[in-house]
Design a protein around this ligand. Structure first.
Ligand SMILES: NC(=O)c1ccc[n+]([C@@H]2O[C@H](COP(=O)([O-])OP(=O)(O)OC[C@H]3O[C@@H](n4cnc5c(N)ncnc54)[C@H](OP(=O)(O)O)[C@@H]3O)[C@@H](O)[C@H]2O)c1
Length: 282
């Protein structure tokens, strides 16, 4: 069960194996596509330990989105206790873990999310210091004003997943030697033509004047960190130091709708498509 929206992962159990690394009944995660059955030579297939957490987490908090949060924040964000972190798509699969890892490291964490309910969840359940609703802000200027009030010492790290209005609001608030791990730009994924203002001069100026480090990354370059990440974050889940949410659509036929829903912000936490009951879920 469980397909992530980049058509990248499915968690079935093994029903036949000629590969000594895998036995019948093992739960595995790999790039099998959106289908009910798959044949694999074992390349990029990961055996899962259901004792750590329900196997759906292998495409969420303990999988690709989770390690994206972990690497983006730690390797590229270079957090230091006492700094201020702004997280976009704050309640999503990646953002919710970024913020919780930031809190665990002593940062002030301010989220930006779509809607009051998501913002309440970020503060009350994920432990963010504040969260701002980007739908409620009329424009980037209005959002920036609210962010400035929520970040009285400026912004040291902006975990960037969305582009658009949020990026435009945050960049002028960046502190000298600030860092921006560029994880995604979801507000522009479906754009067919330029929309919004030309931000390039404003962004370029801030990079120069504030000596910012902007670092794009693709998580598959960092899969050597998987064992350390799973060890650390599964420990945090077990001890209730981090929590996560999933939005589960039922049946393979619901996958296209689930995908479109995610691009509109309709998901709450990791968007999954379940194609069979999950025996590891209590
Ligand atoms: N670099 C990498 O290797 C890598 C790996 C994994 C994921 N990513 C990127 O990380 C980001 C988050 O991925 P995820 O899987 O955790 O997704 P997610 O946050 O669970 O879901 C996407 C969220 O993006 C927000 N969003 C959608 N349209 C938006 C818009 N126009 N403006 C502002 N926010 C918008 C919505 O949240 P709100 O309702 O709160 O606005 C939506 O729930 C994506 O950009 C993804 O491409 C990158």
């Amino acid at each position: 069960m469980g397909i992530d929206y980049r058509l990248f992962a499915l968690n079935p159990d093994v029903i036949a194996s000629n590969n000594p690394g895998f036995s019948v009944g093992d739960y595995v995660n790999g790039p099998f596509g959106w289908q009910s059955h798959a044949i694999s030579d074992g390349t990029m297939v990961r055996k899962l330990d259901p004792a750590l957490a329900p196997i759906s987490t292998a495409v969420g908090i303990l999988g690709m989105p989770g390690i994206t949060a972990y690497v983006g924040l730690n390797t590229h964000g270079k957090p230091k206790s006492g700094e201020t972190l702004v997280v976009s798509a704050a309640t999503g699969a990646v953002g919710s873990l970024v913020g919780q890892l930031g809190k665990a490291q002593g940062l002030r964490v301010v989220g930006v999310a779509g809607g009051e309910e998501k913002c309440r969840y970020a503060v009350e359940e994920l432990g963010f210091d504040a969260c701002l609703d980007h739908h409620a802000a009329a424009d980037a200027g209005a959002l920036r004003k609210q962010l400035a009030a929520a970040c009285p010492d400026g912004v040291d790290i902006y975990y960037e997943s969305v582009g658009g209005k949020t990026l435009e609001a945050v960049v002028p608030l960046m502190n000298v030697f600030g860092r921006i791990p560029v994880c995604g730009m979801i507000s522009w994924y479906s754009a067919t033509q330029a929309d919004g203002p030309d931000m390039l001069p404003m962004v370029w100026r801030s990079i120069l004047v504030n000596r910012l480090s902007i670092r794009g990354f693709i998580i598959t370059d960092h899969y050597d960190q998987f064992p350390a990440f799973v060890k650390e974050v599964s420990g945090l889940i077990k001890t209730d130091k981090v929590s996560y949410r999933e939005t589960i659509s039922e049946g393979l036929a619901s996958a296209p709708e689930a995908f479109i829903n995610l691009l509109k912000g309709g998901n709450f936490g990791k968007q999954l498509v379940s194609i069979s009951p999950d025996p590891t879920r209590k």
